[in-house]
Design a protein around this ligand. Structure first.
Ligand code: FAD
Length: 465
């Protein structure tokens, strides 16, 4: 008998799950109250990466003399930046809509869904009607939304979230960014290149990353021209004329600073979208900050109802992880035996320079008492990086001393976010360092830097002293 499955939310978790379910022969109801593509396509990954490209171009233009090119008087048109973003997002959203409609066994329902019981969902349709649908299973993929800190003054005009900033045509003269997570760092780095004077107030730089990275990134940012304060918390925001003043206090010092800007971006985290789903009545356990409780199969505390992506309590807010959880749940529901390894997924940060990491950090290896070897290769010794004018940064690789399995990789530098996948492949498949050293890498490429870093584990790197 055909299985009927409801998917609530059409972000990268939900729409990917829906398509995989349809491919496997299920009858899918995909309910979305806003736009197909969710946060990722409309207010997250894609809009920020169109801005990132502008930031890269602005940076290159500023350095044009280095390349023997004279470029005078260039300036960014904020309206054109918005239009380009909208065009890219529109093309992708349109593509996904077409893709979904090409599956005859996916019914796309625009509206807001809530759960009546484990086999029934209720949809408040966009035209004001209500529809009840009976299903065998429900997958909640309602994602996340920005959360505000409890800092005094966050409700003042000019204090904004990432959603607001991505809608603004104006490039603020001075932008204060509160938060040192991925979203805060990306916006800080991008807006500094777009022309703002960015002041970064970060209580820490990223989470669970290589300590050298947390030390080096602020140095890169300062070089970029950013005012960077780390180990500091915003305490209060005050309106001063048409400006905003942020008072921030160092975590371990009895010292405060005051900074003044035109806008304050609060990038202090995102919380699960759980309102209106009727979780309490159905008996699904959740926490308003951490998300819906799930087991290792992403099943909630109610059998047959699953929660994937940003909304569950696993704390991994990444589009590719949401999609892989969606595929896993659907394949399992359709009788397959899928595999998912949530210990190994690439983390990418689109700052300038880019940052990417996968697997274990040196600190985690020490905590786990794993005997390890490590090696670091500098992009300054890589021909392609120097030709690009991007000789800053490094690739660091960790492997087990005993069996030479590669366990962790951190990259800072040009195209780190693409380079990381060779490492992710090796770690996800438990491969040893010879899987890389046996593979001839093309010259001149950035990938050679990874090969050299791995050769360095056995002191065989050619271009390393
Ligand atoms: P979402 O994408 O949030 O989708 C949930 C959908 O559910 C939404 O469309 C919502 O309208 C809908 N919905 C909610 N409630 C209901 C309801 N009751 N009924 C019907 N529909 C409902 N991740 C990366 O991997 N790479 C990046 O570069 C990256 N950059 C980011 C930049 C920013 C500024 C932000 C904010 C996020 C970024 N992320 C990035 C994170 C990424 O966007 C999320 O991890 C991803 O979108 C999560 O997917 P999801 O399907 O779980 O939820």
């Amino acid at each position: 008998m055909t299985k009927n499955i409801a998917v609530i939310g059409a972000g990268p978790g939900g729409y990917v799950a829906a398509i995989r379910g349809a491919q496997l022969g299920a009858n899918i109801y995909l309910i979305e109250e806003r736009e197909v593509g969710g946060t990722c396509l409309n207010r997250g990954c894609i809009p920020t990466k169109t801005y990132f490209r502008n930031a890269e171009i602005m940076r290159t233009l500023r350095r044009s003399k280095e390349f023997g090119i004279t470029v005078d008087n260039f300036k960014l048109d904020g309206k054109a930046l918005q239009e380009r973003k909208k065009a890219v997002v529109g093309q992708l959203v349109g593509g996904i809509e077409k893709l979904i409609s090409s599956y005859k066994n996916i019914e796309f329902i625009p509206g807001r869904a809530s759960i009546k019981d484990k086999n029934t969902i209720v949809v408040n349709l966009k035209d004001g009607e209500t529809r009840e649908i009976s299903v065998d299973n429900i997958i909640i993929a309602t994602g996340s939304k920005p959360t505000m800190t409890e800092t005094k003054g966050v409700d003042l005009e000019g204090v904004i979230t990432s959603d607001d900033l991505l809608e603004m045509e104006e490039i603020p003269e001075t932008l204060i960014v509160v938060g040192g997570g991925v979203i805060g760092l990306e916006f800080a780095s991008i807006y500094q290149e777009l022309g703002s004077q960015v002041i970064l107030l970060a209580s820490r730089i990223l989470k669970n990353v290589d300590m050298e990275l947390t030390r080096r990134l602020p140095i890169f940012f300062k070089k970029q021209g950013m005012e960077t304060y780390v180990d500091i918390r915003a305490k209060e925001i005050i309106k001063e004329g048409d400006k905003l003043k942020v008072i921030a206090r160092y975590k371990n010092k009895d010292k405060e600073i005051e900074v003044v800007g035109d806008k304050v971006l609060i990038a202090s985290g995102r919380g699960p979208v759980v309102e209106g789903l009727n979780l309490d009545k159905v008996g699904i356990e959740y926490d308003n900050h951490k998300g819906i409780k799930v087991n290792e199969h992403f099943e909630t505390t109610v059998e047959g109802i699953y929660a994937i992506g940003d909304v569950n309590d696993l704390g991994i807010q990444l589009a590719h992880v949401a999609s892989s959880q969606g595929i896993y749940v659907m394949e399992r529901l359709m009788g397959l035996t899928p595999d998912i390894n949530l210990d190994v997924y690439p983390n990418c940060v689109f700052t300038l320079p880019e940052v990417a990491f996968v697997g274990l950090t040196e600190e985690q290896l020490k905590e786990k008492n794993i005997d390890y070897i490590s090696s670091k290769f500098m992009f300054a010794a890589n021909g392609k990086a120097l030709s690009l004018g991007e000789g800053e940064g490094f690739i660091k690789v960790f492997a087990s001393k005993e069996d030479k399995k590669i366990l962790g990789i951190t990259i800072v530098g040009p195209h780190a976010n693409d380079l990381i996948h060779e490492g992710a492949l090796v770690i996800a498949n438990d491969l040893k360092l010879d899987a890389i050293t046996r593979t001839i890498h093309a010259h001149p490429t950035l990938s050679e830097a990874f090969m050299e870093a791995v050769h360095g584990l056995e002191d065989k790197a050619i271009h390393m002293a």
